[in-house]
Design a protein around this ligand. Structure first.
Ligand code: UDP
Length: 231
C-alpha cells in the first residue's frame, strides 16, 4: 500500500502527479475489494498495478497492523474525493464525472458546482452507456485533469483499467456510490459509524439485500486471522 499518512499528503501527491502529467490510478482498498481480488486475478492485478492505493476500510488498516506490524492511516475514498475537488478548484484543474444514473449524475454535478463554484467540471456522463469508446473520446476531448468514476466496485476499477491506455486524463479514481450520496439519492452513515469505521454495519441494516458484500468482508477477516495464526 502507498505510504500516504494523511489526506493532505494524498492530495499533494495526486496534484504533483497531475502537474507532472503522470498517469495515476488511485484504488480505494476495502476488505470486500481485497477479498474479491483474492479470487479474481484481473482485479488483483488492477489493485497491484495501481499507482496509489489508499486504505479505505478500517479492516484493511487492522490487517496491515496485525500481519505486517504497519500502522497505515485510513484515507477513505469518499473523503479524498471531496478534498480533491476542493483542491482542483483552487488549482484550476478540470474534472470529469462519470457514472451513476442520469439523475444522480446531474444531481452530483449540481451539488459539486455549489460546493466548489469555480471548479471546472468539463464533462459528465451517466454510468449506463452502451459504447465505451465514445465515452473515452468524450473524456479525452474534455481535456480533464481528473476523472472520477462512480459505477460501483469492482465495475469502476475494471472499466478504468480496461481503458487506461486510451484515456488521456492523468488522474483516475473510482468513487463508488459517491454521486448517489452527493445527489441525495443515498445517505452516508451517521458520524458515529464513520468515525469508528463501522459504516458497513449501518449499510447492512439499511440494505440487508447487500449481505453478499458483508460476506466478503467476513471472509477477509477469516483470511487475516488464518494468516496470523498459521502464517
Ligand atoms: N452504476 C453505474 N453503472 C452501472 C452500474 C452501477 O453507473 O452499470 C452506479 C450506480 O448507479 C450507483 C453506483 O454505480 O450510483 C454504485 O452502484 P452499486 O450500488 O451497484 O455499487 P456499490 O456501491 O455496491 O459498489
Amino acid at each position: 500500500m502507498s505510504p500516504l499518512a494523511s489526506y493532505d499528503e494524498a492530495v499533494d501527491h495526486v496534484v504533483e502527479r497531475v502537474r507532472g502529467g503522470q498517469k495515476t490510478f488511485c484504488v480505494a482498498l476495502t476488505p470486500e475489494k481485497s477479498q474479491r481480488a483474492h479470487r479474481d486475478d484481473e482485479l488483483k492485478q488492477i489493485i497491484q498495478s495501481a499507482e496509489i492505493q489508499i486504505c479505505d476500510g478500517v479492516g484493511v488498516a487492522i490487517a496491515a497492523r496485525v500481519l505486517h506490524g504497519r500502522k497505515v492511516a485510513r484515507v477513505t475514498g469518499v473523503e479524498l474525493f471531496t478534498k480533491l475537488l476542493i483542491r482542483a478548484e483552487a488549482e484550476d484543474l478540470a474534472v470529469f464525472l462519470l457514472g451513476a444514473s442520469p439523475e444522480s449524475n446531474a444531481g452530483a454535478c449540481e451539488e459539486i458546482g455549489q460546493m466548489c463554484p469555480r471548479l471546472r467540471i468539463v464533462g459528465s456522463q451517466h454510468g449506463y452507456f452502451e459504447d465505451a469508446a465514445t465515452v473515452v473520446e468524450a473524456i479525452n476531448a474534455s481535456g480533464a485533469d481528473m476523472l472520477f468514476v462512480a459505477m460501483g466496485s469492482p465495475r469502476q476499477e475494471k472499466w478504468i483499467a480496461r481503458h487506461r491506455d486510451k484515456l488521456a486524463v492523468p488522474f483516475r479514481m473510482g468513487v463508488g456510490g459517491s454521486f448517489d450520496v452527493l445527489s441525495g439519492a443515498a445517505t452516508r452513515a451517521p458520524r458515529l459509524f464513520r468515525r469508528t469505521g463501522t459504516e458497513f454495519l449501518y449499510r447492512f441494516v439499511k440494505e440487508p439485500k447487500r449481505w453478499r458484500r458483508e460476506l466478503y468482508a467476513l471472509a477477509f477477516c477469516a483470511r487475516v486471522f488464518r494468516a496470523k495464526v498459521f502464517g
